[in-house]
Design a protein around this ligand. Structure first.
Ligand code: KIV
Length: 265
């Protein structure tokens, strides 16, 4: 399957009403396991700064780190869409964003890149899209801005913030992005955004009404040291990593994950 077919499949899934299931991976073995289980796309998240490198946040992850791990994951995948995070400070202007996105694609093997932000990064997003780069947006809680928020806090709880996140989502779609991750926002806001957009929304702590779900792989198998509210340890019930991943995919597809316990009001 070509990269462009992998990307257009996401819109088809949204159109058909089939939920999109995704997880992060950082190496070839996990990537192979996720593909075998039938995951819809794999994200090489800059969460690797926390779960692999042991940092308190994602801010120190470099382009070299992202290219290295994206290359490892790409070796484990035959046909699955591979999305790679652009790390902090790698897209401060359009020229830098395009150069670094091309490195993730050419050196890492990514099919799509993900950037955190809304109206403030529209120039970069437009430049990427106009130059043929497939782009995933990331709104709501943006971990690269953790210090601005004063911690990992739910976003969009007041009317003004909710309106801004919705407006940013619409602006990103108009700029040409192919999907948007919505992190830690109230379920009803995520539902409103998902209806307003024709591109898929992928939730993490954003409720069951998103077009798909994503989690950090290590949270799904209880390896992160604690289970964040928006996650679930599928290994406890599954017994093996591959069963845990299959159970996660099934739960996303049939709408039993996330429950209200893993969502915010
Ligand atoms: O870095 C990451 O893993 C992410 C996802 C959890 C959405 O951005």
């Amino acid at each position: 399957m070509k990269g462009s077919q992998r990307v257009s499949r996401l819109r088809e899934l949204k159109k058909s009403g089939e939920k999109i299931a995704s997880l992060t991976a950082y190496d070839a073995s996990f990537a192979r396991l996720l593909e075998k289980a039938g995951i819809d796309f794999v994200l090489v998240g800059d969460s690797l700064g926390m779960v692999l490198q042991g940092e308190a946040d994602t801010l120190k992850v470099s382009m070299e780190d992202m290219i290295y791990h994206t290359r490892l994951v790409s070796r484990g995948l035959q046909q699955t869409l591979l999305v790679a995070d652009m790390p902090c400070n790698s897209y401060t202007d359009s020229v830098q964003a395009l150069n670094n996105a091309r490195r993730l694609i050419n050196e890492g093997g990514a099919h799509m890149v993900k950037l955190e932000g809304g109206s403030e990064i529209l120039d970069q997003v437009k430049s990427l899209c106009q130059n043929g780069v497939a782009v995933c947006g990331h709104l709501g809680l943006q971990p690269q801005s953790v210090h601005k928020y004063g911690g990992y806090k739910v976003q969009g709880r007041n009317e003004e913030d909710a309106g801004r996140i919705l407006a940013d989502a619409i602006a990103l779609e108009h700029a040409g992005v192919d999907m948007i991750v919505l992190e830690c926002i109230p379920r009803l806001l995520a539902a409103k955004i998902s209806v307003a957009l024709s591109i898929p929304t992928i939730g993490i702590g954003a409720g069951v009404d998103c077009d798909g779900q994503i989690l950090v792989m290590y949270d799904v198998i209880g390896l992160s040291g604690y289970i964040p509210k928006m996650a679930n340890d599928f290994l406890q019930q599954g017994g093996s990593i591959s069963t845990a991943v299959s159970n996660y995919i099934t739960a996303v597809k049939n709408g039993t994950f996330p429950t209200s316990a893993q969502s915010f009001d």
